[in-house]
Design a protein around this ligand. Structure first.
Ligand SMILES: *[C@@H]1O[C@H](CO)[C@@H](O)[C@H](O)[C@H]1NC(C)=O
Ligand SMILES: *[C@@H]1O[C@H](CO)[C@@H](O)[C@H](O)[C@H]1NC(C)=O
Ligand SMILES: *[C@@H]1O[C@H](CO)[C@@H](O)[C@H](O)[C@H]1NC(C)=O
Ligand SMILES: *[C@@H]1O[C@H](CO)[C@@H](O)[C@H](O)[C@H]1NC(C)=O
Ligand SMILES: *[C@@H]1O[C@H](CO)[C@@H](O)[C@H](O)[C@H]1NC(C)=O
Ligand SMILES: *[C@@H]1O[C@H](CO)[C@@H](O)[C@H](O)[C@H]1NC(C)=O
Ligand SMILES: *[C@@H]1O[C@H](CO)[C@@H](O)[C@H](O)[C@H]1NC(C)=O
Length: 628
């Protein structure tokens, strides 16, 4: 902040006015507030929902993937044809018949049997009457396998075409189409319920948690419809845009021989065993890197709108029988079919952990609920994203996930990265639109060159204040560092002072106490602005100006603090060498680097420390679940 000379006198008055309003805010915040987290939901501005005028006119294509199981196929097609379709809807049926494996049948008798079976299947399909739209049969000339069958089954011809993929040993409920149509109308064409994160809907009963060794999934009976990252291959509806995106992603990765390996996932074990025979590891890796979700239903008593008979074939050596019970025509509990507004649904990741999407805070008043919902052990970590490489931010998040650090909030200028972090469930504070600071800026002219810096400092100060009010210890740090262990953020240094400052590491720690509340008293904004102003006159803005300001605040009030740098809590990334085990000293709790460090150097050095945990898509190399 650098008010123009003629404005300087009025600054005091304006600040006094401001303080009055701020004090009122604090009175509000100090009164016992609603402890239930209720963060504001903000819709994404990118990827607006598809043109809603088209909604009555979408195309629905059933993609049946068949091979050599005539009876299964017959049961599957019969169930599809017995479903309820609305009079004016056109529902197309595309049947893909894979060819048998030529090599496996050397004896001419076997070969003739196979040829006869294929013919029988084609005869059956040809004779199968489909009155709801066009029927198309695709008979392959050689064995494609499940991966190509799935992936090549569809290239959406528009944003208004939907594919419902069924393998031949599935059977669907007569109510399946009604439900899927409702899903499309409600979660795709209704703009207020649309999310670009949703890639489709699975009709199968949700069964397992891939990040937890495939453990059985536990749902309470209150959850009827929910969002879950995992694809369900027994009756999957696909939305056009994400599927197209997936096909391009798959193409780029497969062509470059990048494997869909995702540490910690049971599906990666399948991939290691079955390789390119299956497609799900590819799709799962894509979903993880894009942060997408699938709609699922939870009908009680092991019921579902689509079941798999798990017949002997590529997936099962022996017939395993139906996985669930089909919801039949007489199903009366229609409340379960009710499609709730998107904002009422729960979202779950590959660990089946709740994901709270789109938590974006842009004012002091709504900071409370978000801090309450993230705090752990009465401690909150505020991470500044200013001047941090996107890859470093993503790497930090994966690192947090690995270490089970959950009590963080990001603060940064509004950007597509910030929005994306919020979409994926990370709490963010939008400093660009933080209304309390904006109002302040209206009364004082910030110089362009320092406006962002003072905004960053003020928003961090507001968050710290709010956090201290709740009695939380507060870490303020930059994204240019990583904790070494999960306990790096414990307040366990055995120090007496309530404030630690590390100017080189860029770390600030404030324990909530009467003393620290005194520093962040009602007039802290005024003090910070004037100190910032004074410090700017001394020198050009520096990286550590926020900590300089805090230091001066403490000195003014004769409050003692500890120097984190002197305690060697941080290890400079510069000093890391290739055999990294010798890099860390016992007392090091963090590794840090400066904003000027080039990304390739950050990556190389962190790799030495085994702390670079993202891939070429900037997404985590693994899924790290923790006991909840
Ligand atoms: C629906 O599709 C038909 C055929 O493509 C077209 O003639 C009609 O105008 C479309 N209706 C709307 C509302 O878009
Ligand atoms: C294949 O079908 C033909 C004609 O239906 C029949 O003559 C022949 O015996 C069948 N071959 C085998 C191996 O089943
Ligand atoms: C959930 O289902 C069980 C068994 O069907 C029942 O005993 C229990 O009361 C149900 N709970 C709720 C919240 O509906
Ligand atoms: C549905 O109910 C009717 C009449 O009660 C009965 O005839 C029919 O068999 C039932 N359908 C199923 C699939 O159970
Ligand atoms: C769209 O969804 C909202 C929220 O669920 C609902 O209130 C509204 O009625 C829906 N609009 C239509 C046209 O169905
Ligand atoms: C809380 O912090 C203390 C150290 O201050 C630590 O020993 C304890 O494990 C932490 N508990 C949790 C749940 O993080
Ligand atoms: C590890 O680093 C130390 C110190 O830089 C060096 O002396 C030693 O030779 C290195 N060891 C290996 C195996 O590279």
């Amino acid at each position: 902040m650098a008010p123009a000379p003629h404005k300087r006198k009025s600054v005091h008055l304006l600040l006094m006015l401001l303080l009055v309003s701020l004090s009122m805010l604090f009175i509000f915040s100090l009164s016992p507030s609603n402890p239930k987290p209720n963060p504001r939901i903000q819709p994404l501005h990118q990827n607006p929902s598809p043109d809603t005028n088209r909604n009555q006119n979408f195309t629905f294509v059933i993609k049946v993937l068949a091979f050599d199981r005539l009876e299964s196929l017959s049961r599957c097609l019969t169930s599809l044809s017995k479903a309820h379709y609305d009079t004016n809807d056109r529902v197309h049926l595309h049947i893909f018949v894979d060819h048998f494996l030529q090599d496996s049948y050397t004896g001419s008798l076997d070969l003739d049997q196979k040829l006869n079976l294929s013919r029988k299947i084609l005869d059956f399909v040809d004779g199968f009457d489909w009155g709801f739209g066009e029927k198309l049969v695709h008979y392959r000339t050689s064995n494609a396998g499940l991966q190509a069958q799935w992936i090549e089954a569809w290239w959406p011809s528009s944003d208004h075409e939907f594919a419902f993929v069924v393998e031949d040993d599935l059977e669907v409920s007569p109510l399946y189409y009604r439900f899927l149509k409702d899903v499309i109308m409600n979660y795709y064409y209704n703009a207020s319920n649309f999310s670009p994160s949703i890639y489709g809907a699975s009709l199968q009963r949700p069964r397992f948690v891939p990040g937890k060794h495939g453990n059985k999934l536990q749902l309470d009976n209150g959850t009827c419809i929910f969002l879950y990252q995992l694809v369900g291959t027994w009756g999957q509806l696909l939305f056009p845009r994400p599927w197209k995106e997936f096909r391009l992603w798959y193409d780029a990765h497969k062509s470059k021989s990048i494997k869909p390996v995702l540490e910690g996932m049971v599906t990666t074990g399948w991939y290691k065993k079955l390789g390119e025979k299956i497609w799900t590891p590819w799709f799962i890796k894509f979903i993880q890197s894009h942060g997408y979700f699938n709609i699922y239903t939870n009908f009680l008593h092991e019921r579902a709108l689509s079941i798999s008979h798990r017949d002997q074939g590529v997936n099962y050596r022996k017939t395993a029988g139906p996985d669930s019970h089909l919801v039949d025509e007489n199903y009366s509990d229609f409340s379960l079919l009710k499609l709730f507004p998107l904002s009422d649904l729960k979202w779950y990741d590959f660990c089946f952990r709740r994901v709270l999407t789109n938590r974006i805070v842009d004012n002091y008043r709504t900071l409370g609920p978000i801090l309450q919902s993230v705090q752990k052990n009465n401690s909150v970590i505020l991470v500044s994203l200013y001047r941090v490489h996107e890859a470093a931010i993503r790497n930090m998040l994966c690192h947090f996930e690995k270490l089970n650090v959950q009590n963080y909030v990001f603060v940064g200028p509004m950007s597509h990265v910030l929005l994306d972090l919020a979409r994926r469930g990370h709490p963010v504070i939008d400093a660009s639109h933080f209304s309390d600071v904006i109002n302040l800026a209206k009364s004082i002219t910030f110089q362009d060159s320092t406006a962002e810096l003072i905004k960053e400092i003020l928003v961090s100060a507001y968050v710290t204040r709010k956090s201290l009010d709740f009695g939380y210890s507060t870490w303020v740090l930059k994204g240019n560092m990583l904790p070494r262990n999960s306990d790096s953020f414990y307040d366990s240094f055995g120090l007496r002072n309530d404030v630690f400052i590390g100017k080189t590491t860029g770390l600030l720690f404030v324990r909530s106490s009467t003393l620290t509340l005194k520093i962040w008293a009602d007039d802290f904004v005024y003090k910070i602005v004037s100190l910032f102003d004074a410090l700017l006159k001394d020198s050009m803005p520096r990286e550590s100006i926020m900590l300089d300001v805090v230091e001066k605040l403490l000195e003014q009030q004769k409050i003692k603090f500890d120097d984190i740098d002197a305690m060697r809590l941080g290890l400079s990334l510069r000093t890391v060498h290739a055999n990294a085990t010798t890099s860390f000293r016992k007392e090091n709790k963090f590794v840090y680097w400066s904003s000027e460090t080039k990304l390739d150097i950050i990556q190389r050095q962190l790799e030495h420390l085994d702390m670079w945990v993202i891939d070429g898509d900037f997404s985590c190399t693994g899924v790290f679940c923790h006991p909840s």
